[in-house]
Ligand binder design. Structure first.
Ligand SMILES: [Zn+2]
Length: 180
């Protein structure tokens, strides 16, 4: 490796770009199985089944009715405002991932109150669990993934950069009205 540093890929490349079998180093070829083409190793039978990447996002509401936003440092949508969240790691529940991501991105400790729902736009290959949470500690400070972290009243909030976040916010508002 010679000590060279190559920029980290923060997202999984499409499986069509995979070239070699991770088990036996055989060449991967496309093979139609169950109606879709998957990378397949003719030497050992390995198949890569591409899956959406699960993520968790929190709508964190404080006692004044403000919501917690972050401004993204990295693609997709760098510079855009959205609710804090990120990828679910192995061994985590969606709720645990949401708590960790809010802490990492905003410095705020939260407790999850309930789930809003799962949003899974097929074109993005994502699968996002949205939860409602409330702050229980910490101190607002943008983490390394975020340019800014800020509380906004609904009337003052910047536009959300992801359609899924817009949809989850609308769903949450409908759910809150239905409870009253
Ligand atoms: Zn193989």
């Amino acid at each position: 490796m010679g000590g060279q540093t190559v920029a980290v890929r923060w997202s999984m490349p499409p499986s069509a770009q995979w070239r070699y079998c991770p088990l036996c180093r055989g060449v991967l070829v496309g093979r139609a199985l169950d109606g879709a083409v998957h990378p397949y190793c003719a030497a050992c039978g390995f198949v890569y089944w591409e899956r959406p990447a699960p993520a968790a996002v929190a709508l964190v509401r404080d006692g004044e009715g403000r919501l917690l936003y972050t401004r993204r440092r990295y693609p997709p949508e760098p510079g855009g405002w959205c609710f804090p969240g990120g990828g679910v790691e192995a061994g985590e529940s969606a709720e645990e991932a949401a708590v960790r991501e809010v802490w990492e991105e905003t410095g705020v400790r939260v407790r999850v109150e309930r789930q809003i729902g799962v949003f899974s736009p097929p074109s993005r290959g994502s699968f996002i669990a949205f939860v409602v949470a409330r702050p229980v500690g910490g101190a607002l400070a943008a983490g390394s993934d975020a340019l800014e972290a800020e509380w906004f009243r609904p009337a003052d909030a910047p536009p959300l950069c992801f359609a899924t976040h817009v949809a989850a916010l609308a769903t949450w508002v409908r759910q809150e009205r239905a409870v009253r």
